[in-house]
Design a protein around this ligand. Structure first.
Ligand code: NAI
Length: 464
């Protein structure tokens, strides 16, 4: 196959945007078009103010500044993008189904299917189509069938190239990935397609880190990776509950076990629970797949990771209520952080949403400060749950643009995201502004407890 000169990526989101920006940076000889149906998102990617890109990731705006309109283009002209491309990445969202069969567990593949049908309609020459979205095992087969049966008689090779970046460190992860995984057929044309994509990554990734597998291993590896990562968090969070009743300290336990090279130190930080668009959705998807193959025990095993995570969020909210003399009715609870983790403006499945929802059930007043999340996003997240009316949410939840404003006459502070800036606030000033006793619930175990206790705060941690 001839060298790749033109790439199209369908989906300008948290994965498509940063991934293609890095490809454009490292492959100046390749033209990269990122296309999306969302006009507002594309306009934001093309905006003059690089601080207003639709996605916040450290290091991203610098790369966009260098590559945009050089060999990186953001457009809503999906047809043209597809027509020009040698390689087409599909990087659209694959949320959990909210209706019909598999509701609440299976991945909703409608956006993927729409992309396949569009590619089939538009493509006039052979193309390599790459699943970048996280998909259930054997989706490539379905894609192939749509492309072959509705297309213009051109040949499509389908590859699976799941993305392992983590939000907040996306650019770093993309620049030096632990590995790049490329799954495809072992036929002659399949191998040529895998090699063509390998050559793109080889512009900056050492070849020994580029793994080629069959397409199903690749699809399943992504779900497995997320299941294992989330399982570590639920495992340490389970221990955090035990630590709290035994006077063990979860951070000490995590350190002690993490030094065992068979276990390793990463992903052992206990917290209010994991969030993000992927872990829950991908594990539920795994559960659904296992069930649909009749593997009930396998499904139950992985589902427990989610059950434990829900328990952890609930436990945190319950702790706030219990330590507030068993009622938060009409009390001001300041939330530090709303994003699902630091260094991102992504709030999907953030623990903050669920903790806020539980506290709203108890008629608390919530004042939120997050350095990167907009007011409208916070309201939208709560409204999406459909458990409280829009009027109630807007009456009870206030979103402010300074932490000091958030704590004015607050009964308690709950730390929901581990933003670094929270650690170095003027905590004496915060103490003075709050009602007493001034309770701090550190859902991320990031604050300097001793210092805060000396000021007068009562600090509650996870797993201590
Ligand atoms: P996202 O929701 O940020 O972006 C998806 C984009 O696709 C949206 O802008 C949407 O408008 C666009 N889109 C949907 N249907 C379209 C269509 N038919 N034509 C053109 N554009 C369309 O989603 P995100 O977070 O980028 O995730 C994409 C995929 O990558 C998902 O499958 C996710 O599981 C996976 N993934 C996400 C990671 C993350 O950290 N967010 C990490 C690794 C994988």
């Amino acid at each position: 196959m001839k060298g790749v000169k033109n790439i199209c990526c369908i989906g300008a989101g948290y994965v498509g945007g940063p991934t293609m920006a890095v490809i454009a940076l490292k492959c100046p000889h390749i033209k990269v078009n990122i296309v999306d149906i969302n006009e507002e998102r594309i306009a934001a990617w093309n905006g003059d103010d690089l601080d207003q890109l639709p996605i916040y990731e450290p290091g991203l705006k610098e790369i966009v500044a260098e590559t945009r309109d050089r060999n990186l283009f953001f457009t809503t002209d999906i047809e043209k993008g597809i027509e020009e491309a040698d390689l087409i990445f599909i990087s659209v969202n694959t949320p959990t189904k909210t209706y019909g069969k598999g509701k609440g567990q299976a991945a909703d593949l409608k956006y993927i299917e729409l992309c396949a049908r569009k590619i089939a309609e538009v493509a006039k020459e052979d193309k390599i189509v790459i699943e970048k979205s996280t998909l259930p095992v054997r989706t490539a087969e379905a894609l192939k069938s749509i492309l072959e049966n509705t297309g213009n008689g051109v040949n499509f090779e389908i590859l699976s190239n799941p993305e392992f970046l983590a939000e907040g460190t996306a650019v770093e992860d993309l620049l030096s990935p632990d590995r790049v995984l490329i799954g495809g057929d072992n036929t002659e044309t399949g191998q040529a397609a895998k090699n063509a994509l390998t050559e793109v990554y080889a512009n900056w990734v050492p070849k020994e880190r580029i793994l080629q597998t069959n397409v199903w291993s690749s699809e399943l590896s992504k779900l497995t990776a997320n299941a294992f990562l989330a399982q570590r968090i639920s495992s340490i969070n389970a221990m955090s509950a035990l630590c709290e009743v035994t006077e063990a300290d979860v951070d000490e336990v995590a350190k002690a076990i993490g030094m065992d090279s068979r276990i390793g130190a990463k992903f052992l930080k206990s917290s209010v629970g994991f969030g993000g668009s992927c872990f829950q959705k991908d594990i539920l998807n795994l559960v659904y797949i296992a069930k649909s193959f009749g593997l009930q025990e396998v499904a139950d095993y992985w589902e427990q990771v989610i059950i434990l995570n829900d328990y952890q969020k609930r436990r945190f909210a319950d702790k706030i209520i219990k330590e507030s003399y068993n009622t938060v009715n009409g009390k001001n609870i300041a939330f530090f952080g709303w994003a699902f983790k630091k260094d991102t403006n992504d709030t999907r499945e953030s623990a903050a949403i669920y903790v806020a929802d539980y506290l709203l059930d108890e008629q608390a007043d919530i004042i939120v400060y997050d350095p990167k999340v907009s007011k409208e996003q916070i309201y939208a997240d709560l409204e999406y749950l459909n458990t409280h009316s829009s009027e109630e949410i807007r009456a009870r939840v206030k979103v402010v643009s300074s932490p000091y404003e958030a704590v004015e006459k607050a009964h308690a502070i709950a730390v929901l995201t581990e933003w670094d800036e929270f650690i170095n606030y003027d905590w004496s000033k915060i103490y003075d502004a709050m009602l007493k006793p001034a309770n701090v619930f550190d859902g991320r175990n990031i604050l300097r407890k001793e210092e805060l206790s000396e000021i007068g705060f009562k600090v509650f941690n996870i797993g201590k």
